[in-house]
Design a protein around this ligand. Structure first.
Ligand code: AMP
Length: 362
């Protein structure tokens, strides 16, 4: 039973993807073996997902004629980018199911709303305070500082829109550095490791989860995700249960990622959530029975979720960031690893150009 709004898509149906970056590209690549077609919407010409999807629409998020054309192409719509403007999602959702829906986006687009929502579920987060002026920054610093991070509420990712403060920092300078935009101040969490719970949630509420990797960042950008991760069995169950609670509260369908700080006493604090597949889950393409991309497609298509168990004793995923990708000669010679290049021609500092996954079978 195919067609718009039907609970389970037939092979041959078209899944729309909002956003055409590398996550959209890997979603399209995962849909193909399931016999599902993909249409991609992105305002940027030459988006990495365009060249691996059957159709695309390249237009601005406020172009209603283009959005309507896109909705006509799709049986269901999912997303790879959490900053899709909510009015665009609402416009589409009036025509075709969008999974996850606007509710998941509203929460994850705003760090303050996100933190309040998660804390409201009784889940631990980094200590935080709302900042709307230099005065409120100074008050928040007195409560949470001196070591703290000032983050814009909206549009921050990969460490962008953030300033670190410590004893002796000038709050006025920090406030200017983030453009005096609505912000939150977070106390610095003395974590021993960072990890993430990535889960897929089906339309029936069923959940599939992947092992939680150890995530290493450099300069606010994920550099490496590796398994086994930092959590023992019970701690991983706790992380997955937290992600499940958040997903259920959002009535989320699709993949949801929850980033955590692990502290020395074993506490897990939520850093942030992403209502989508995540860089720290790329290892699952080869390292797990079904990848995060396959189960995102299955979930939004109304299909049962596929098994997510890890297939190797150890897996590591290394991001190829900026000039890393210029070592292409060396990378393609490494034949016992899986190389992924995202087809981005323009090499820029901090830009994710690809990744490489290595495994240890033992
Ligand atoms: P974010 O964009 O919020 O995920 O931050 C990027 C990275 O900065 C995180 O993965 C951490 O390594 C670091 N970071 C962010 N917030 C905090 C915090 N409250 N305490 C300690 N480190 C943080």
């Amino acid at each position: 039973m195919s067609g718009k709004g039907s609970p389970r898509l037939e092979p041959g149906a078209t899944i729309g993807v909002l956003g055409g970056g590398q996550l959209g590209r890997m979603l399209a690549l995962a849909a193909a073996p399931l016999g599902l077609k993909v249409a991609v919407f992105d305002p940027a010409p030459g988006s990495p997902a365009f060249e691996v999807s059957g159709t695309h629409v390249c237009a601005d998020w406020d172009d209603e004629a283009a959005l309507a054309r896109f909705a006509d192409l799709c049986d269901v719509i999912t997303l790879e980018f959490e900053n899709v403007p909510v009015p665009a999602v609402e416009f589409l959702a009036a025509r075709v199911p969008v999974r996850p829906g606007a509710g998941s986006l509203r929460v994850s687009q705003d760090r303050l709303v996100e933190k309040e929502f998660i804390a409201g579920l009784g889940i631990a987060v980094a200590p935080f305070a709302a900042v709307g002026s230099l005065d409120s920054l100074q008050t928040a610093l007195a409560a949470l500082g001196p070591d703290a991070i000032l983050k814009t509420r909206r549009m921050g990712y990969d460490g962008k829109g953030q300033v670190r403060l410590s004893a002796g920092s000038d709050p006025g300078q920090a406030w200017q550095a983030i453009g005096e935009a609505p912000a939150i101040l977070e106390g610095v969490v003395p974590f021993v490791a960072e990890t993430s719970a990535i889960i897929a949630r089906g339309m029936d509420g069923a959940i599939a989860a992947w092992d939680c990797p150890r995530n290493d960042h450099h300069g606010g950008i994920l550099r490496r995700s590796s398994l086994p991760g930092p959590l023992d069995g019970p701690a991983q169950d706790r992380a997955v249960a937290i992600a499940g609670t958040i997903a259920a509260a959002l009535d989320h369908v699709g993949v949801l990622t929850v980033e955590f700080f692990l502290t020395a006493d074993g506490a897990l604090l939520v850093n942030e959530i992403a209502p989508r597949t995540h860089n720290s889950g790329h290892w699952s393409i080869e390292g797990a029975h079904a990848s995060q991309f396959t189960n995102n497609i299955r979930a939004v298509a109304g299909w049962p979720l596929a098994p997510t168990a890890r297939r190797f004793v150890a897996v590591e995923m290394i991001n190829l960031i900026g000039a890393d990708v210029l070592e292409v000669e060396k990378l393609i010679s490494e034949t016992d690893a899986w190389l992924h290049l995202y087809g981005k021609s323009d090499v820029r500092d901090g830009r994710k150009m690809g990744h490489i996954t290595r495994v240890c079978a033992l």
